[in-house]
Structure formats: C-alpha cells, structure tokens
Design a protein around this ligand. Structure first.
Ligand SMILES: C[S@@+](CC[C@H](N)C(=O)[O-])C[C@H]1O[C@@H](n2cnc3c(N)ncnc32)[C@H](O)[C@@H]1O
Length: 380
C-alpha cells in the first residue's frame, strides 16, 4: 500500500483516513517522497532510563556502553539510532512541510557524575545538517511541585543544580514557505483558521500545557508510554497544516497524534515499532473516541463564546467588528470569518490498522449557531 498526501482542497471533503503501521520508521517505504504535510512526533528520549531497554535491545554497543558507565558513548549511539528516521522525514515531507519534534533533555548520574544530556541540541544539529530550516522552537514548561525537585547541594553554592522543568518542541521547515495558490486551497486555508485568542496562546514560545485531563487516555497509561497530551498534538496540527492534509507520526506510542488528526479533519499515518502497544493503541484509537473528540471541538467553540462575551462586556458592542459566516458569532479579525470546525460524523474501522472518519460539513446540521445564541442568551 502506498500513501499520498491529500491534494488540493476539497470544499466538499468529508473523509479522512488513518493508518497504523507496526514497524520501525527507519525506512518508511509505504510513504512516497514529498507526500506528507506535517510531522508531529516525540521520539524515545536518549539517556532517560525508561528508554534504555529499547535502545540497548537494538544495538549491543549501547548495552555495553551503559554497562561500562560510558554515558557519552551511549548518548551518541542512541541518537545515531534515530538518524535514519530524521532522514526519512526529510524525504517524505513536501516542500514547505513542517516537522514538530517534542524532545526533553535528560539529567542522569553516570559513574558518580551528574550531568545533563542535551537531547534537543543533538536532534536540532542533525536536522539542520539534513537541510531543514529551524523555526522558532517552543518551550513546553512542565512545572512540578515535587518536594525533591531541587537537586544537589541545597542552599549551598556551587553544587546546586537548576531544576529541569521543560521540554522542547523543535520546529523545522523543509524548503520554502508553503503557498496556497488555487481558490479552493485558499478557501480551505480560511476554513482551517484558528481563533485570534487561540493564536495568542498557541503561537507564543512558552507553553504551559499540563497533562490535560483527557477522557481518551488515563494518566497512568500516559506516564508508562511517554505519551504527550492530546492538546499538544492538536495545537501543532492546527497551527501547521490545513484540513485534508497528511500528518505523520514516526513514533506513534499510544496513538495521540492519530486521534488529534481525526479531530482536526486531517489524515494520518503512525509508525510504532513495539507491536506490544497495539492493544493500548486500539483502546485509544477506536470508534468510541468520537464523543470525546466532538466534546473537545465543542469546547473550542464554547471557549470562543466566553471570550466574545467577556470582550463585549469589557469593551462595548463595537469591540468585535467581524462576524463568522458559519456560526454567526463575532470574531476579532477578518481571517476568522470562514473558520469552521467539522464535527466528526463517524469513525469506521476498515481493518485492525485502518480507520476512516467522516465529518459534518454543514453548520446547520449540528445546531452550532443555536448553541451560540443560547449561550449568549443564557447570561442575560
Ligand atoms: C515517547 S514515545 C511516543 C509517545 C507518543 N507521542 C504518544 O503520545 O503516545 C516513543 C515511541 O516510539 C516508539 N519507537 C521507538 N523507536 C521507533 C522506531 N524506530 N520506529 C517506530 N517507533 C519507534 C517507542 O516504542 C515508543 O512507543
């Protein structure tokens, strides 16, 4: 089976397809060159102990470097194991396509020496060498209140270490800026817009996303698998692609990127090397996800309506000059006037590893304008 990114932009587009491929993403022969619009992913983190077994199991040299307490060698070899994947991303992305790579650095004591292993810089440098351009990266702040978060010599200089409370989302572009040339591409781009107030948060370079509560995945499962929050994948997909695009996650884990793609009206492909994760993936990515995904989409609209109400209250009737033509509610800029969030109509399982999602394409069908009217009216 070969996959091509969805071309152009189908005003009447109502389906997306989602595939899980249980093999290593070092060679993604199922994907043709220049067919993917956006990559959203998070690899196993070198020198974080939970991933030692995976790296060492695939390279004896890593196993012996860890046994010999040779942290530098283990660190380098773990990164080398992922080089082919980064090379594959460069091959499969279209010109103008974006790769978002979530990675955290590692702190670890090896042979009595405590230090930081800067994973983000290793990946950053390698991707620059491949020819990617780096765009502004995002710092994902994961503040912890754990009592033991300060390490080292306490209040005494000079051996007290700064607490590591952030990860990175590295953002790369292949080639030149994406262009939207035809009328249908332009229209689809306008429908794929996000709200002004979302832009102000999503496009800032520090994110404070907590392990957002999500019905789709319980917390212990997320901790065990290293899954990122749904919110992270959803934002990145919506920031860097348009509806109908093809999303790729070469390190799928439990399938968060596929779920976020389904919610975003994008198609997706995910590679996972560990077939043992299939059971967890299918407990997350399945027909029953539809309600929580629609709930998430509905919340976006409700949040916008709250924003509108607050703004009108603070700044008066003329504060919002534009009206969204699909919902009838006010928006801040003309870029949001065609914004449309497609609710999911169905998720169908085509095989154990393939899903097709269809969407509602008409606002009138799901009563969202009246949702707005009733919310606006409810606090009169
Ligand atoms: C940090 S987890 C990804 C979590 C994912 N973002 C989520 O939300 O569930 C990394 C995943 O990559 C998988 N993996 C590691 N090396 C791989 C490879 N070469 N090809 C495909 N998957 C790989 C691991 O088994 C693990 O499930």
């Amino acid at each position: 089976m070969r996959y091509n990114g969805v071309k152009g932009l189908p005003v009447d587009m109502i389906h997306t397809s989602h595939s899980i491929i249980l093999k290593s993403s070092e060679a993604m022969s199922e994907i043709t060159a220049e067919s993917v619009d956006v990559v959203v992913t998070s690899p196993p983190y070198p020198m974080i102990e939970m991933w030692d077994e995976l790296f060492a199991g695939r390279d004896d040299q890593i196993a012996s470097a860890l046994r010999d307490n040779d942290g530098n060698l283990a660190f380098r070899l773990m990164h080398e194991q992922m080089y082919p994947v980064w090379g594959e991303l460069y091959r499969v992305l279209k010109n103008g396509g974006i790769a978002c790579i979530n990675i955290g650095d590692a702190t670890r004591t090896v042979d009595g020496v405590f230090r930081l292993y800067p994973n983000h810089s290793y990946i950053l440098n390698y991707c620059l060498d491949l020819g990617f351009s780096n765009l502004t990266n995002i710092i994902w702040r994961k503040q912890t209140n754990a009592p033991n978060k300060f390490m080292g010599s306490g209040m005494l200089p000079a051996g007290a270490y700064v607490t590591l409370e952030h990860e990175y989302i590295l953002i790369f572009r292949k080639g030149t800026k994406r262009e939207f040339k035809t009328a249908s591409e332009k229209f689809n781009r306008q429908q794929s817009a996000f709200f002004w107030e979302e832009r102000n948060v999503w496009h800032s370079d520090v994110w404070d996303v907590k392990g957002t509560p999500q019905n789709m995945l319980d917390k212990s499962c997320r901790n065990r698998s290293g899954a990122f929050p749904f919110e992270i994948a959803y934002r990145l997909i919506n920031m860097f692609s348009t509806k109908g695009d093809m999303v790729l996650d070469p390190f799928l884990g439990v399938g968060t990127t596929i779920l976020a793609s389904m919610a975003s009206c994008r198609s997706s492909i995910g590679y996972e090397i560990n077939p043992g994760l299939y059971k967890t993936i299918s407990s997350v990515v399945n027909e029953n996800a539809i309600d929580s995904l629609n709930e998430y989409l509905r919340n976006r609209l409700i949040k916008h309506i709250s924003f509108v109400k607050e703004r009108l209250l603070k700044e008066g009737k003329n504060a919002l000059k534009h009206t969204n033509s699909n919902y009838g509610f006010p928006v801040v800029t003309s870029q949001e006037t065609k914004l449309f969030i497609n609710y999911l109509a169905s998720i169908q399982k085509r095989s154990d590893l393939e899903f097709e999602v269809s969407y509602l394409t008409d606002a009138a069908l799901d009563h969202r304008p009246s949702l707005f009217m009733s919310l606006m009216g409810s606090e009169k």
